[in-house]
Design a binder for this molecule. Structure first.
Ligand SMILES: Nc1ncnc2c1ncn2[C@@H]1O[C@H](COP(=O)(O)OP(=O)(O)OP(=O)(O)O)[C@@H](O)[C@H]1O
Ligand SMILES: [Mg+2]
Length: 295
């Protein structure tokens, strides 16, 4: 199809180095198996597991990229490597030309499980991140940043609540505000709306689109939702099933911005892209099932 470009040999790389912000080269991750004698005699031994293999990808500044692929294929593994929370077994990730080997203030992460401090209020959760990343700024500046980001995600009035007093949607807003409050160049999101009901999810997707239009940060989001990926992304990275998952294809999403759901769904390319993604997910998920039932 003409709205996509194919990722031959799992590689989607760009020639102009100035445009590239995030570059992945030959990234593989092997989780070591359990081979000790105790594991052997207790029947717990396992061999090494190649989760992802030879991933090559370039992401330009201010681009919104989604990653989709069958469950367990290695999406979180890849995002955690980009976040610096986990290291690649081989290959390298560079951000603005610098090798990534630890987390940094240039990257804000939104976790599926919210990962909030349960004993802290909404504002303290956000303040904690700001203090950690910018220990030298004044208390007034910290307060201003916290307030602005609470406002940005629509949580004004809930500042003093603790996570257990919040709905799932509100918790996820805190997670988004916390990631944005450190003013990262890059926003990383691992199924940010996965735990939410359809209505809240749709609402938060629109919020992310609005915030993204304002800030235009480079964003990488893992999702299982085709419609979500089509609404928000400039590119959609489709991964194959694991083990040794790789990039199958990268779709270009041509819809004009700012986007709203109705306009996007009526765009002439929408159906073709949606069908291509459905076919990909169906094919890869079927292959996972076939591997599972193989004698
Ligand atoms: N620490 C670990 N040790 C061993 N294997 C792991 C570890 N973390 C992940 N894996 C394996 O690596 C593979 C990829 O896992 P990952 O969590 O990246 O998948 P995913 O695509 O994010 O899945 P999902 O869509 O279900 O979130 C899985 O088979 C998983 O069991
Ligand atoms: Mg995952």
């Amino acid at each position: 199809m003409n709205s996509s470009f194919s990722a031959q040999n799992s590689s989607v790389t760009i020639d102009n180095a100035d445009e590239v912000q995030i570059s992945l080269r030959h990234v593989s991750k092997i989780f070591p198996g359990r081979s000790g004698w105790l594991n052997k005699i207790t029947g717990q031994a396992s061999s090494d597991f190649i989760a992802i293999e030879d991933i090559n990808l370039d992401i330009e500044h201010n681009t919104f990229v989604s990653i989709i692929g069958p469950s367990g294929c290695g999406k979180s593994t890849l995002l955690n490597i980009i976040a610096g929370l986990s290291s690649a077994t081989s290959g390298e990730v560079k951000i603005n030309g610098q090798i990534v080997n630890k987390p940094g203030p240039d990257r804000g992460m939104v976790f599926q499980s919210y990962a909030l401090m349960p004993w802290m209020t909404v504002e303290d959760n956000i303040k904690f991140a700001v203090e950690t990343v910018y220990p030298k700024i004044s208390v007034q500046q910290q307060q201003r940043i916290v307030k602005e980001n609470i406002q940005l995600v629509g949580l004004t009035g809930a500042e003093k609540k603790r996570p257990h007093e919040l709905s799932g949607g509100m918790r996820q807003r805190v997670g988004i505000a916390r990631a944005l409050a450190i003013n990262p160049q890059i926003l990383l999101m691992d199924e940010p709306f996965g735990a939410l009901d359809a209505l809240t999810r749709g609402f938060l997707q629109e919020e992310i689109e609005r915030i993204w239009e304002q800030q235009r940060k480079t964003a990488i989001m893992i999702t299982h939702s085709i419609d979500e990926a089509l609404l928000l992304s400039d590119r959609i990275v489709m991964m194959t099933k694991g083990p040794a998952a790789r990039i199958d294809e990268v779709l270009e999403v041509p819809f004009p911005r700012p986007r709203d759901r109705t306009k996007v769904e009526h765009h002439p390319a929408y159906l073709e892209l949606k069908q291509e993604m459905e076919a990909h997910l169906y094919r890869e998920t079927r292959a996972v099932e076939a591997a599972r039932i193989k004698p």
